[in-house]
Design a protein around this ligand. Structure first.
Ligand code: AG3
Length: 281
């Protein structure tokens, strides 16, 4: 094909190519290769080690579903921990909840944060300037082991389990994360596209089942995480998954902001698992 393309080779037998109409950055940070380019359909796109992390056009699906699902299900979230999330999209959605008092974000790669602030400001949309955000540049696994604070929701916004993200998919890490949850707290994780990354989901779900009274995953389709819907791990000892449509609708209306993907009905439907996914967990 004419022109430059970013060819993502995350999976052994499947790849996705995105046309590059302008290149803004392509260089190695201390931890990984960071690239930002323009694509006419998806806007600016950030890749790490060649794998798409965010696009301006479709990041809302991923970020809304990893934040509003646990936050509305819980109903009284005050403190949130984000592991990863250097582009600031996750913090952007969490901070839309006015009752949330403190958001701690632990990102390993300060270069990703700096670069996204200057070249992808629409993703964080001011989140880095919110006084409720406490940004810590550190290894998420170390932080989880050493820190003694507790959180109502922990969101693991990681890369895939290759390179710096690998440690965030271990039983040890999940155990430490559970110990950082307040009573009724919820852990959600990025668990890949089950059609292509089934073993990754099975591995996390085995760990979650051993740790939590309520362990499952929920789904959303993000166009640039190709291969079908993506799975998000869900683990809690609380009753948050039992919350009904009327309660979610009330909480969503009271929150007073609009979304482009999340609705209470989408929230509940996301937990309906097709058999090919249910069999993996
Ligand atoms: N991090 C998750 C990217 C996962 C891509 N995986 C895949 N295509 N299977 C996104 C970071 C956004 N804040």
């Amino acid at each position: 094909w004419p022109g430059d393309w970013n060819v993502e080779r995350l999976h052994a037998d499947h790849s996705q190519a995105l046309r590059i109409t302008a290149e803004f950055y392509d260089s190695a940070t201390e931890h990984q290769r960071l690239r930002v380019f323009e694509n006419p359909t998806f806007g600016r796109i950030m890749t790490l080690d060649g794998v798409v992390q965010v696009t301006e056009a479709d990041n809302f699906i991923y970020h809304e579903m990893m934040t509003h699902v646990p936050i509305f299900a819980h109903g009284a979230v005050r403190r949130v921990l984000i592991v990863g999330g250097g582009d600031g999209g996750m913090a952007r959605e969490v901070l839309k909840h006015r009752d949330i008092e403190q958001v701690t974000m632990v990102e390993i790669d300060g270069t990703v944060v700096d670069f996204c602030k200057s070249h992808l400001p629409g993703i964080s949309a001011g989140a880095f300037d919110d006084p409720r955000l406490d940004l810590v540049i550190a290894d998420g696994a170390d932080f989880m082991r050493q820190n003694a604070d507790v959180y109502d929701v922990i969101i693991v916004d990681s890369t895939d389990p290759v390179g710096p993200g690998e440690v965030l998919f271990t039983d040890t890490f999940y155990g430490h994360a559970k110990a950082r949850l307040a009573p009724g707290g919820i852990l959600v994780t990025q668990n890949g596209v089950p059609f292509l990354q089934g073993a990754e989901l099975t591995n996390t779900m085995r760990a979650f089942t051993a740790l939590f009274a309520d362990a499952t995953c929920y789904l959303a389709t993000i166009p640039t995480y190709a291969g079908g819907p993506m799975a998000f791990g869900w683990g809690t000892d609380g009753a948050a998954r039992g919350v009904d449509l009327a309660t979610l609708t009330e909480r969503f209306a009271a929150a007073g902001f609009e979304t482009d993907y999340y609705t209470p009905a989408v929230h509940l439907g996301a937990f309906a698992l097709p058999p090919y996914v249910a069999r993996l967990i």
